[in-house]
Design a protein around this ligand. Structure first.
Ligand code: CP3
Length: 342
């Protein structure tokens, strides 16, 4: 069945805008907090029934058009045997950061021993997900993964990672190749189990110049995506300077809230766009949020097709009722009428 999200990814306009939210599964939902109580983040990702339940929670509550698989970009590292944890309120933390040629050589092989818990979770989701909804899988892009691996923990500017690519390109190549293999494999596991589309998250790529992105990052993201046969969305933040490179060889590109979609459509003509409601406006009054969402949809008409999303993830303190209302508001917009200027 062609779902609305798959139609849009195929470049077709849908009668009303399709919508899902990055980080829709998680901390903004009380039912999430309840089922996660006492269970560590990465452990929860490897408990198939729990991961399936958390994936479905926002679909049930908000009526979004896509479920995004509940997991994390660090899960494939854990599956490959890397000592990694997600510390509450901090983020990904590695037992030992990867900073020199020896560290890269000591990484476990990039092949998973056993990814059956991912397969099982995805299969469970597909049996319960209504046929008009789409299950999206995802992975972290090699640069964003490497930024965590080199720093050993979250960082603002990724200084060590950005220094390494220039000072030791051979080690950088080995590390990014390892990350590309791991993320590519994570995508394949999800797709073989039933994911119908995927998103590659390069959340921190915006810290790079165009030339640096092109030389040290893009080749590895391409490698992660090259043999993927389901529709592919490529997302990053602060990516204006190389949005065209990100859009190359994928089906859609995600745009953060800093670039109006009509401007993005000029940068990447003929490309399906995803985005870009400013997450801050989830905290504004309803009229202000609705006006902003309508403006986003209007600007999205400049692209061949458009999937509504936020510019980045749902903030943890978001009132879930605001998201439910926003989905209903968007589903009431008739694209034909909007195009006719009504
Ligand atoms: O989008 C979804 O709802 C699906 C699940 C999902 C999670 N992480 C769950 C999660 C997805 C797609 C991700 C991707 C991810 N993970 C990214 C790329 C997207 C982005 O936000 O830019 C990144 C950079 C990570 C790494 C990561 N994992 C961070 C920075 C954090 C936050 C740390 C914190 O507590 O502030 C995590 C943890 C994480 N991943 C949580 C969830 C629901 C929160 C953990 C918790 O509930 O305890």
């Amino acid at each position: 069945m062609a779902t609305r999200i798959l139609e849009a990814l195929n470049g077709q306009r849908t009668a009303t805008p399709p919508v899902w939210f990055m980080r829709q599964a998680g901390r903004s939902l009380p039912e999430y907090k309840k089922v996660r109580e006492g269970i560590k983040m990465l452990d929860s990702c490897l408990m198939p029934e729990l991961a399936a339940e958390i994936t479905l929670q926002p679909v049930r509550r908000h009526n979004v058009d896509a479920a995004i698989f509940f997991s994390d970009i660090m899960v494939p590292l854990r599956l490959a045997g890397v000592d990694v944890d997600i510390a509450p309120g901090v983020g990904p933390v590695l037992g030992s950061p990867v900073r020199c040629p020896e560290d890269v050589k000591e990484l476990p092989t990039a092949i998973f021993d056993d990814a059956s818990r991912i397969t099982e979770a995805i299969q469970l989701i597909r049996t319960e997900l209504p046929a008009n909804k789409t299950l999206l899988g995802f992975a972290g892009a090699p640069f964003t993964l490497a930024a965590y691996m080199v720093e050993g923990r979250p960082s603002k500017d990724h200084l060590r990672a950005r220094a390494l690519m220039h000072s030791d390109p051979a080690t950088w190549d080995a590390l990014l190749s390892w990350c590309a293999t791991v993320s590519n494999q994570f995508l394949h596991v999800q797709i073989e189990a039933g994911a119908q589309g995927i998103q590659l998250f390069d959340s921190w790529a915006g810290s790079l110049s165009r030339a640096t992105y092109k030389k040290y990052v893009l080749p590895y993201s391409r490698r992660t995506l090259e043999d993927i046969t389901v529709p592919r969305i490529h997302f990053g933040t602060y990516t204006n300077q190389f949005l065209d490179l990100m859009a190359d060889e994928v089906d859609a590109v995600g745009v953060d809230h800093r670039t109006p979609l009509n401007e993005a459509a000029r940068l990447v003509p003929d490309t399906v766009l995803q985005g870009n409601i400013d997450p801050a406006l989830l905290f504004a009054d309803q009229d202000t949020l609705h006006a902003h969402a309508l403006d986003v949809v209007r600007r999205g008409l400049a692209a061949p097709a458009h999937i509504v999303n936020l510019g980045h993830g749902v903030p943890p303190t978001t009132d879930p009722g605001v998201l439910t209302d926003l989905v209903a508001f968007l589903h009431d917009i008739e694209i034909d009428k909007l195009e006719a200027g009504e």
